[in-house]
Design a protein around this ligand. Structure first.
Ligand SMILES: Cc1cc2nc3c(=O)[nH]c(=O)nc-3n(C[C@H](O)[C@H](O)[C@H](O)COP(=O)(O)OP(=O)(O)OC[C@H]3O[C@@H](n4cnc5c(N)ncnc54)[C@H](O)[C@@H]3O)c2cc1C
Length: 394
């Protein structure tokens, strides 16, 4: 029997996750990427594999499956990663309330616990001790360096799964079963589009009708810290607890958000919540802000970087605060609260975008794409009673 063929457009994490899933399913896969290497959202992020950010149920299971696939890759290469877990530090009674509620709701579902201040400090020497009441400790989370991982994954997919890559091949037209890159035409039995924030070039009419906008996030990297300094777990504080849907199980989140809306209005206006991770070179990656628009100002705001570092100083101490790099990334953001965008653009052509509603592609893509290719995909939203299966447009 003839081996089925698939074309995947985009070599970000979604495209690579699709390529893996299709190859495992027996497809001969070719990935088309318009750049010489991936330079989109997938190399601009924290590299956090972040189950704590997603709700219980389908999304959490998907995150754990994705983490297992990441481990298949990481454990068979020399790409650095750390199964570090994460700490959310609390400096106020209402922050501790949320942490205690979160742990009470999840005690039987996730490996998490409440730490007192001494125990939190013992886990991370970077945590600001003064005023610390305690912290949420979660073991699920993992950190990798996305720049290294995304550079190495294509070679691994080629060696392990025979995936072919056509770099510097922008796809400018699709009409199933064909895709065109310039004047050259290629064909496949299945076509998947994983173009990230560039959604409108190939399917402008779908982009216009989809519940989607774009989120711009500013990020910073601090220089390598002295060799004897180890951050340990990924470090977060209260603003992250009101940002991620995973914390909605804690009833106190609403009151906390209301207090922050008053006390941190300037930060919330720019969608700032601050987290810090350390990579294998000892550098600290931190951010981020969230601004929503279809077209973004291409310039970064120094004042946003200052706001983020000021908030970070409330809960983190680093030996060296010098900034090595700053940048921004853009991902598509769904505006109707659905958990990802899966569209059949035309029969045989599937668009996959915005896992976790936009900001959790590193955490969810491997699991999501496996479900899709194996035909057992159901929107993570179905847990909330609003099932959204693959929408049909055409
Ligand atoms: C600052 C920031 C921090 C984040 N932090 C995290 C995190 O810690 N953990 C987490 O889980 N998620 C995080 N995310 C979200 C995550 O990065 C995204 O969900 C994910 O990278 C999206 O992957 P993608 O493949 O859709 O997009 P991209 O990585 O942008 O890839 C899309 C690719 O498609 C290519 N392409 C587009 N059109 C064409 C075409 N016509 N022809 C050929 N190629 C084309 C592009 O060149 C690009 O390489 C973060 C995002 C940002 C921006």
């Amino acid at each position: 029997m003839k081996q089925p063929t698939a074309i995947v457009i985009g070599a970000g994490i979604i495209g690579l996750a699709l390529a893996r899933a299709l190859a495992v399913r027996g497809y001969k896969v070719t990935v088309f990427e318009r750049n010489e290497r991936a330079v989109g959202a997938s190399i601009r992020n924290f590299g956090m594999i972040w189950p704590i950010g997603v709700p219980n149920g389908t999304a959490y299971e998907r995150a754990l499956r994705s983490r297992a696939i990441w481990r298949e890759f990481l454990d068979t290469t020399d790409v650095w990663y750390s199964p570090s877990g994460c700490l959310h530090a609390a400096y106020a009674a209402d922050e501790m309330d949320v942490i205690e509620e979160y742990v009470a709701a999840n005690a039987k579902l996730r490996p998490c616990s409440v730490l007192n201040a001494d125990a939190a400090f013992a886990r991370s020497p970077a945590i600001v001790r003064e005023g610390l009441r305690g912290a949420l400790w979660s073991e699920d989370e993992m950190v990798l360096d996305p720049r290294v991982a995304l550079r190495t994954l294509p070679g691994w997919l080629h060696e392990r799964h025979g995936v072919e890559f056509r770099w510097r091949h922008a796809v400018n037209r699709i009409e199933y079963p064909h895709v065109w890159s310039g004047m050259r035409r290629y064909s496949a039995d299945a076509i998947y589009v994983a173009g990230g924030a560039d959604f409108e070039t190939l399917y402008p009419e779908l982009y216009d009708s989809a519940p989607i906008t774009k989120c711009k996030l500013q990020m910073l990297r601090l220089v390598a810290q002295p060799a004897d300094f180890k951050l340990g777990p990924a470090l977060c504080a209260g603003l992250s607890m009101v940002h991620y849907p995973g914390f909605q199980v804690a009833p106190g989140v609403a009151a906390l958000r209301a207090r922050y809306a008053h006390e941190h209005a300037d930060l919330l206006a720019r969608g700032i919540h601050v987290m810090a991770v350390q990579n294998g070179l000892g550098q600290i990656t931190t951010g981020d802000s969230h601004e929503y628009a279809h077209t973004h100002d291409p310039f970064d705001e120094a004042s946003i970087n200052t706001q983020m570092l000021d908030y970070l100083r409330r809960f983190a101490n680093f030996p060296d605060w010098r900034i090595a790099q700053s940048w921004h990334g853009i991902y598509p953001k769904l505006t109707d609260g659905r958990s990802e965008l899966v569209l059949e653009a035309e029969p045989g052509v599937t668009i996959v975008n915005a896992p976790g509603g936009g900001g959790l592609g590193m955490t969810l893509s491997f699991g999501l794409c496996e479900e899709l290719v194996e035909g057992r995909y159901a929107s993570a939203q179905s847990d909330n009673g609003t099932a959204v299966n693959a929408d049909r447009h055409g």
